[in-house]
Design a protein around this ligand. Structure first.
Ligand code: KG4
Ligand code: ZN
Length: 343
């Protein structure tokens, strides 16, 4: 049978997610279920992800989530042709929960198991509704990664550049914390930045004009910190909403200029006509609009993941796994997780 149904589990960080997809070669993938149980509230009181809490909650929520996904897809476990899970990069104890569950399902049903790279999930997420993955320049901007890659097709990736220190989302989250905003800082900074003037503070655009394709965001983060200290306020209790808005808008403007500038330059240099954006930070509307404008101006096409597929989810993992499964691939049941897995 050419049409395949696949169930995937994502548990690399603080979202437990299960998705069921169906598809065949050369046809857009149908998402039959995409369930997410977010732990953000649980970690918020700690100001960041606590690994021990994350893995315990993955193990509590995974089984009901698998049943919920099967329910939504109106399927039984026996209808699934293959099982997949994220096996890295991410938190070791969290990766183990999802991958062990997917292996157990594969083992019990005698169906294949596929170990999937979380970054490949993000990378391919803008193309779920397409019939194929065309050659393009990919920018992945998430909480853990900032990566520029040349993509020739599924499985053919060449890294052009990455961050030398903080990831873009990590910088958002750290600056959010400095400004006294709730975790995660990314969406909070975007919200309050709408009230601010991005030209208030002139923050550095590190490496923007360097010839390589790497990024650095720690200098920008430190510049925000020094500016805050210069304002003479105790950091935790800054109550001045206008100042926070201006700092947020100015910080965000710097991040966006760096991301857009370096991506356009890389696409030009490598002769790629299509740019694809993915990862949690690509949810940011101001960033999307800046990319849309720059692509229009310079003659590039832009593909962005649908909003529900920007932050961590299992549909993107299921899609990456389905492409591999349709290509005849599978992974051994004793495949290990790798917290530092690369693309
Ligand atoms: O892809 P993701 O869910 O997880 C990782 O694989 O890291 O990305 C999460 C990151 C966080 O750093 C979060 O602050 C950031 O994406 N993020 C945003 C926005 N929404 C989420 N950053 C900027 N603007 C947003 N609207
Ligand atoms: Zn992610």
């Amino acid at each position: 049978l050419p049409v395949k149904t696949l169930l995937a589990i994502e548990s690399s960080c603080d979202e437990t997610a299960v998705s069921i997809v169906r598809g065949e070669d050369g046809a857009p993938t149908e998402i039959l279920a995409s369930e997410i149980s977010s732990q953000i509230e649980l970690h918020r009181v700690h100001g960041g992800v606590v690994p021990e809490l994350a893995s315990r909650n993955h193990s509590l929520r995974l089984r009901p989530l698998v049943e919920q996904a099967l329910d939504h897809a109106k399927l039984k476990v026996a209808d699934i042709d293959a099982f997949a899970a994220t096996t890295g990069p991410g938190l070791a104890s969290s990766l183990l929960i999802g991958s062990t569950a997917a292996k157990a399902l594969a083992c019990a049903t005698g169906k294949p198991f596929l170990a999937i790279n979380h970054l490949e999930g993000h990378l391919l997420s803008p193309f779920v509704a397409e019939t194929r993955v065309p050659p393009h320049l990919a920018l992945i901007v998430s909480g853990g990664h900032t990566l520029l890659l040349e993509v020739k097709g599924p499985g053919q990736y060449r890294k052009l550049g990455g961050t030398r220190d903080d990831a873009a989302g990590e910088a958002y989250d750290k600056v959010g914390k400095m400004l006294g905003l709730p975790y995660p800082g990314g969406p909070e900074i975007e919200k309050i930045a709408h009230e601010g003037d991005p030209s208030t503070f002139d923050f550095p655009r590190s490496m923007l004009h360097d010839p390589h394709h790497d990024f650095s965001f720690s200098g920008l983060k430190t510049a925000v910190l020094y500016t805050l200290q210069g304002l003479g306020e105790p950091l935790e209790v800054i109550q001045d909403r206008r100042t926070v808005a201006n700092l947020s808008a100015s910080f965000q403007q710097a991040v966006i200029e760096i991301l857009v500038g370096k991506t356009i330059k890389a696409a030009r240099r490598h002769g790629l006509k299509l740019i694809a954006l993915s990862g949690g930070v690509s949810l940011n509307r101001t960033l999307r609009e800046a990319f849309e404008a720059a692509c229009r101006k310079h003659g590039f096409r832009l593909a962005v993941a649908p909003p529900a597929m920007c932050t961590d989810n299992a549909a993107m993992i299921a899609f990456a796994a389905l492409l591999r499964h349709l290509g005849g691939e599978s992974s051994p049941l004793d495949a290990d997780i790798d917290p530092n897995l690369r693309l």
